[in-house]
Design a protein around this ligand. Structure first.
Ligand SMILES: C[S@@+](CC[C@H](N)C(=O)[O-])C[C@H]1O[C@@H](n2cnc3c(N)ncnc32)[C@H](O)[C@@H]1O
Length: 323
């Protein structure tokens, strides 16, 4: 299951392309058509995501980085020395480097991501830049079963680092299930450091997911291109349009791909019919307030210890421990 590249042991539990195919068929066969957002992140998707993060409209990345920088000492003291850090959904080397640069003697770093090539590159970069840090990359779908590697280094505490408000992609029930699942790697004095996007004015959220340069639109449409490239689909990309809006009743941004006309699409020998204006649901991004997040996490037996927020209350970083 694992292979060695340079000094790094790479742990590979990457989903097979058959899984992508089955998930796609299942999602498009439902009455409300859906595609799982975890498949956004191929090479093109990750590069578009990085461009979205730099847009003026998309405030979460720079706000989270600002919080991590501003409270770096306090966060480092809270986590303590010789941490074993497990990062759920890497994808942003700047955030992990900021954290590593402030921690006292971090012992081991386990980046966990579904996107294999990117994970390998990031692990190599960190291995080079932090020679005394043990780096143990794991390619896996973190919603599924996989094995955590055993570190050689001694550590005082395990901390799951889950930045980017990726937790918002899950509804409350799924989020509780994911946090419960995380507990199999953690024991009593261990922690969870997690970045969460907060509820706010609808106009700020609508702008954030509809940037003027069109990176979010390209990111969303790239999912159809990926199905064409990897699964033999024949989506006519220009016959679908990007739509994203804040649904205030559900406290979430909903991202969709909307059919511009009545049409049929083939994926291998399967045919999917679309009405004009019919939407494929591609991503939810749930927003929380501090109380709501602490309450959701407590259903998975995590207790809020501290949280750090920017002055405009756009985003929060929470530190929780197991009861
Ligand atoms: C929204 S990006 C966040 C990137 C970065 N952590 C940040 O803070 O900006 C989501 C990252 O999580 C990864 N990811 C998404 N769903 C995943 C899953 N089910 N299992 C493993 N990795 C996943 C993606 O490949 C991507 O790198």
């Amino acid at each position: 299951m694992s292979d060695v590249f340079r000094q790094i042991k790479f742990n590979d539990f990457a989903p097979e392309s058959e899984t992508f195919f089955q998930d796609t068929l299942k999602g498009l066969s439902q009455e409300q058509k859906t595609l799982p957002c975890k498949y956004f992140y191929n090479k093109t998707g990750l590069s578009l995501f990085n461009q979205i993060c730099k847009t003026e409209e998309y405030y979460p990345t720079r706000t989270e980085l600002h919080i991590m920088q501003f409270y770096s000492q306090e966060i480092a003291e809270t986590l303590g020395s010789k941490c074993l850090l497990i990062e759920y959904g890497g994808g942003n080397a700047e955030k992990i480097k900021l954290l590593l640069n402030h921690l006292t003697q971090p012992a081991c770093y386990v980046p966990l991501d579904i996107s294999k090539e990117h994970l390998k590159q990031e692990a190599e970069e960190l291995n080079r830049d932090y020679p005394s840090l043990e780096v143990l990359p794991v390619c896996a779908d973190f919603t599924k079963d996989f094995q955590m590697p055993d570190p050689n280094s001694e550590f005082n505490r395990r901390v799951v680092y889950f930045p980017g408000s990726t937790i918002g992609n899950f509804n409350k029930e799924q989020a509780v299930a994911l946090l419960k699942n995380m507990k199999r790697f953690l024991s009593h004095s261990d922690g969870l450091l997690i970045g969460v996007d907060l509820k706010k004015d609808k106009s700020i959220l609508d702008r954030a997911y509809n940037d003027a340069e069109g990176f979010t639109e390209a990111f969303n449409l790239n999912l159809l291109q990926r199905i064409n490239d990897e699964l033999g689909g024949n989506f006519q990309i220009d016959q679908f349009e990007h739509r994203a809006f804040y649904n205030e009743n559900q406290d979430r941004v909903e991202m969709q791909l909307v059919s511009r006309c009545k049409q049929a699409v083939d994926i291998q020998d399967q045919v999917f019919h679309f009405e004009k204006e019919e939407a494929i649901q591609t991503e939810f991004s749930h927003k929380y307030n501090a109380e709501g997040f602490a309450q959701m996490a407590s259903s998975a037996n995590f207790t809020l210890q501290k949280n750090w927020t920017d002055k405009n209350k756009l985003f929060s970083v929470f530190y929780l421990t197991l009861d």
